[in-house]
Design a protein around this ligand. Structure first.
Ligand SMILES: [Zn+2]
Length: 279
């Protein structure tokens, strides 16, 4: 049942270490909150159908929305977007992984997405057994306005957590990881990922100005992670499997599904005994 209609027309801030570095003005999406499910965005949905019609075809296939198109869209973020759900490469890889390699959606699960993405929200809507909640401090898509470093959720609340490319924006990422561990149920699963850009994780402050531009690229990235990101996850109490899922596909499949072959899946489960030792 439609309970409220919210129109957001003000801008958003880019928050970095200094907080409020600059203000970026763009229209907020028209949002209809629904009881018992994620919000709907009627304007986004109409535009999605229009784009899907324009780019109709069978050249590529989106694992998130399941539709086929003539080709993916180029975006200013150097990613190829699905014409319908606007998924990026890493979300298409995630959705394919969840569909092909896990029991996602086949059992009742309460899922938290931190830093929500519309394509993934809509992917979850297709699974009746998935109770989707999204949280973020700034994203206009978030259902709950929450600081990941201090979340207003009970401990052991969620069966599944998705946290994609969020931690590089958080000053105290270890605090955020401990919170993710806290709100995950003991038998829960989490996929927590960041861009892996350097051999060893380095903070923005430790880089010169030129390196900051070359490596970090985005002004709101506070650090560049290396493969030692795994140790941060483990030190937060997770058992971690790094799965090179994107590398199992042929070049033709990578092209067809528009996948990122470089991004591994960081599949985490909760390690209770170790977590108890955390400060
Ligand atoms: Zn799609």
């Amino acid at each position: 049942m439609i309970s409220s209609l919210v129109v957001w027309i003000v801008g958003d801030s880019i928050k970095g270490k200094e907080q409020t570095q600059k203000v970026r003005l763009y229209p907020r999406p028209v949002r209809i909150s629904e009881d018992g499910g994620p919000p709907r965005y009627p304007v986004k949905e109409v535009l999605a159908k229009l784009r899907a019609f324009i780019f109709r075809g069978d050249g590529v296939e989106c694992p998130c929305c399941g539709k086929t198109f003539s080709h993916f869209l180029f975006s200013p973020y150097y990613t190829a977007r699905c014409p319908f759900c606007l998924s990026m490469e890493r979300y298409r890889l995630l959705c394919k992984f969840l569909r092909d390699e896990t029991d996602f959606g086949k059992r009742e699960m309460r899922l938290l997405e931190v830093g929500p993405d519309w394509s993934f929200q809509e992917f979850c809507r297709d699974f009746e057994k998935v109770e989707y909640t999204s949280a973020d401090l700034f994203s206009p898509l978030a259902m709950e306005r929450i600081d990941i470093r201090n979340m207003d959720f009970e401990s052991s609340s969620f069966d599944f957590i998705i946290c994609y490319h969020v931690l590089e924006h958080i000053d105290d990422d270890m605090k955020a990881l401990r919170e993710l561990h806290r709100v995950l149920k003991p038998d829960g699963q989490a996929i927590i990922q960041v861009p892996i850009q350097v051999p060893q994780t380095v903070e923005r402050d430790e880089l010169g100005k030129k390196e900051q531009e070359e490596i970090l690229k985005w002004p709101d990235h506070l650090r560049a992670y290396g493969p030692d990101f795994r140790e941060r996850l483990e030190n937060s109490g997770f058992d971690v499997r790094v799965i090179p899922f994107g590398k199992k596909f042929s070049p033709e499949e990578i092209e067809r599904f528009g996948l990122s072959s470089e991004e591994d899946i960081y599949f985490c489960t909760k390690r209770e005994a170790e977590a108890a030792k955390l400060p």
